[in-house]
Design a protein around this ligand. Structure first.
Ligand SMILES: *Cc1c(COP(=O)(O)O)cnc(C)c1O
Length: 395
């Protein structure tokens, strides 16, 4: 069996133990400590935002953002449909309901025209949402200017789910800094990792101070344990923040590596019939967290299923694009707005998309294996098709 090639494995730079060791040496194992403070301020400085709170996960960061925006029972929150379930689960934690918004073809992210229709309906019928969660998928920024213009017109704040887009630049600004709140994830598969972790960021420094309060059990300033609101236990540990400090220092390098991986895939596969790579939105420089392509099965003569099976056979981890949340059994009865009447962009990306191994530690040999496996599958299938056509002629 050939050695396994993972989709996006953790990539340690080698120096991560430095701050962890420091924490051990000073016995700073308790959750909060100097690594947490340093990780937060370095992150805020790096992406050009006023304040950041280090949390246990990206999911926790979304949950705290919703709590800060006072999302509660029976409220509505608009959310991108083409995303990982973690973008929407915290809406339900707060007793609120999501309304899912389709993608548009240029960024694969939230469609401004679908959002506009959702707002118009909400304003006419059952009231505006408390927040809009905009996801920046696979490292690609959504069309933030258009989305912000609509949300500002209705006075509704945006939470930018930038779990996959740390390092991406949208019109000169870092992805995750354009909404009222931004969230990042340091889960094992993300561009940098603390094994598990997340960050909530905002230019509203008071809100981030309140986030830290909520994330550490919401303890009132009193000489005994007193609590006036429901809090959470969501702060990142000082040990893991130590890993984060080193990882943050190699972000730029890792982003460059993922962009090179994309360009090697592009030049190695782009001539195949029916293959289209995820575009890069004009005015942006994306981190290419994952290289994703779509397959037009008729043109390619190869199905998504056949390609995934061939890669699996070679011990290569490849995945389908996220299954849209409005198609999930979990969200069976929720409202959904298509890009245009009868045009379902997220659904067609789901049925035609494949994510290729893209980790910053991927070697040239490994990548050559992925490319050759895909090319072989295309060649085989086109040979089969020729036989079929010839066979027909003989009859
Ligand atoms: C990974 C991810 C999350 C959740 O982050 P965790 O740290 O795993 O909780 C949220 N949204 C998106 C788009 C993600 O990819």
């Amino acid at each position: 069996m050939k050695s396994k090639i993972h989709l996006s494995p953790p990539h340690m730079s080698g120096d991560e133990q430095r701050y962890v060791r420091e924490a051990f040496e000073s016995n700073w194992i308790a959750p909060l400590g100097p690594n947490v403070d340093a990780f937060e301020s370095q992150m805020a400085e790096k992406i050009g935002i006023k304040a950041a709170a280090a949390l246990t996960s990206g999911t926790a960061a979304i949950h705290i953002a919703l709590a800060l925006l006072d999302v509660s029972k029976d409220d509505k929150v608009f959310c991108s449909t083409l995303t990982f379930v973690a973008s929407a689960n915290p809406i339900r934690y707060q007793g609120a309901e999501p309304v899912f918004i389709d993608s548009e073809p240029e960024s694969w992210n939230m469609s401004p025209q679908a959002l506009e229709r959702a707002f118009r309906d909400a304003a006419l019928n059952d009231g505006l949402p408390k927040a809009v969660i905009v996801v920046n998928l696979y490292g690609q920024s959504a069309k933030m200017d258009e989305l912000l213009a609509i949300c500002n017109r209705y006075g509704v704040p945006i939470i930018e789910d930038a779990a996959e887009s740390l390092g991406t630049i949208y019109k000169g600004k870092f992805s995750g800094t354009l909404g009222t709140f931004g969230i990042f994830s340091f889960n094992g598969n993300k561009i940098i990792t603390t094994s598990g972790g997340g960050m909530l960021v905002s230019d509203d420094a008071d809100a981030i101070t309140h986030a830290r309060f909520l994330a550490s059990q919401a303890r009132d300033p009193a000489p005994y344990y007193q609590h006036s609101v429901t809090g959470f236990n969501y702060r990142l540990s000082n040990l893991l923040a130590g890993v984060g400090r080193t990882q943050l220092s190699v972000l730029k390098k890792y982003m460059a590596a993922r962009r090179i991986i994309f360009s090697i895939y592009y030049h190695g596969l782009n001539d195949l019939p029916g293959i289209t790579f995820m575009p890069e939105l004009a005015g942006t420089k994306m981190n290419r967290w994952l290289t994703v392509l779509t397959v037009d099965e008729d043109e390619a003569g190869v199905t998504v299923e056949q390609l995934l099976a061939a890669l699996h056979e070679e011990n290569i981890e490849a995945r389908r694009v996220w299954k849209p949340l409005h198609l999930q059994p979990l969200f069976r009865k929720t409202a959904y707005y298509a890009h245009a009447p009868g045009v379902h962009v997220a659904e067609s990306l789901f049925s035609s998309g494949i994510c290729l191994p893209s980790g910053s530690s991927l070697t040239e040999e490994q990548q050559a294996r992925v490319i050759s496996c895909i090319r072989k599958t295309f060649e085989q299938e086109s040979r089969n098709r020729v036989y079929l056509i010839l066979g027909k002629h003989e009859v």
